[in-house]
Design a protein around this ligand. Structure first.
Ligand code: SAH
Length: 237
C-alpha cells in the first residue's frame, strides 16, 4: 500500500475515533508524517501508533495528536505555546491551524532536527527554543492556547498563569508508567474549568536545564508511548 493510501486509511480511522473537526483532519492530511519519522520506521508513518524518535522520546500516536489538537480549538488568530517539540510533528499540525506556534524542547538535538523539518516544509510561523518548558515562555505570554506533550505529576501553575482569558490548556497529567489523564483546562471568568478527555501514556515532563547531547541518542523502543491506555473517555473511545 502506498503512503498516500495509508494516509487516507489513517484519516478514516481518526474520523471513526471521533475526530469530527474537519480543520484538524485537514491539517493532519497536509502534514507529511513520514518527514518526522526515523528512516527505519518509514513504513509505519501512517500507522495509528506512537514511534520512537531517539533520546528515549516518542512521536505521539496520530489519534492522540488529533484529540489534543481538536480539544485545543485553535484558530487562525491563536498564539499557541507547545511544550515538548520532540520530532516537531504536533508543532507542524498546529502551525497549519494557528497564527504562530511557540515551541520549547529540552533536547537541543531533537530541536535542531525539528527546526530542519520546519524549514524543509516551509513552515514559517514557528518560533523554537531549547529549555525547560515547564516554566512556560513568560516573555511571550499570554497565550490563547497551551499544549503539553509530556506528562507532569500535576498541572504546572506557570502554564495556567500564562494562559490568556478564555484560553485553553491541554495536557497529560499523571505519573510515568501509570495511566495518565488527558486534561483540558479553560480559563473562564469564573475561574478554571477542568475536563478529562481520556487515559493516555506520555513520556515525563522533566523540569530543569536543557539536556545536552550525552550518551547514545539511538532510536529505541523501550520508552513509554504516547497512546491511549484503554481506559479512555468518550473522546478517545
Ligand atoms: N509532540 C512530540 C512528542 C515528543 S515526546 C512529537 O509529536 O514528536 C515529549 C517531548 O517533551 C520530548 O521530546 C521531551 O524531551 C520533551 N520534554 C520533556 N520535558 C520537557 C521540558 N521540561 N521542557 C521542554 N521539553 C520537555
Amino acid at each position: 500500500m502506498s503512503l498516500a493510501a495509508r494516509k487516507i486509511r489513517l484519516i478514516m480511522e481518526l474520523r471513526r475515533a471521533g475526530i469530527a473537526d474537519t480543520r484538524v483532519l485537514s491539517a493532519v492530511e497536509r502534514v507529511p508524517r513520514e518527514a518526522f519519522v526515523p528512516p527505519t520506521f518509514q513504513d509505519q508513518a501512517y500507522e495509528n501508533r506512537a514511534l520512537p524518535i531517539g533520546h528515549g522520546q516518542t512521536l505521539s500516536q496520530p489519534q492522540v495528536v488529533a484529540v489534543m489538537t481538536q480539544a485545543l480549538e485553535a484558530g487562525p488568530r491563536s498564539k499557541v505555546l507547545e511544550i515538548g517539540t520532540g520530532s516537531g510533528y504536533q508543532t507542524a499540525v498546529l502551525s497549519r491551524l494557528c497564527r504562530r506556534v511557540y515551541t520549547i524542547e529540552r533536547y537541543r538535538e531533537l530541536l535542531r532536527a525539528a527546526e530542519q523539518r520546519f524549514a524543509a516544509l516551509r513552515l514559517h510561523n514557528i518560533t523554537t527554543r531549547a529549555g525547560d518548558g515547564a516554566q512556560g515562555w513568560p516573555a511571550q505570554a499570554p497565550f490563547e492556547r497551551v499544549i503539553v506533550t509530556a506528562a507532569a505529576p500535576e498541572v504546572p501553575g506557570e502554564l495556567v498563569d500564562q494562559l490568556a482569558p478564555g484560553g485553553i490548556l491541554v495536557l497529560p497529567v499523571g505519573r510515568t508508567g501509570r495511566d495518565q489523564d488527558l486534561l483540558c483546562l479553560r480559563r473562564g471568568e469564573a475561574g478554571v474549568i477542568e475536563e478529562r478527555l481520556g487515559g493516555v501514556r506520555f513520556v515525563p515532563l522533566i523540569r530543569g536545564a536543557p539536556a545536552e547531547t550525552a550518551g547514545n541518542p539511538a532510536v529505541g523502543t523501550s520508552s513509554p508511548e504516547a497512546q491511549p491506555t484503554g481506559r479512555a473517555g468518550p473522546t478517545l473511545a
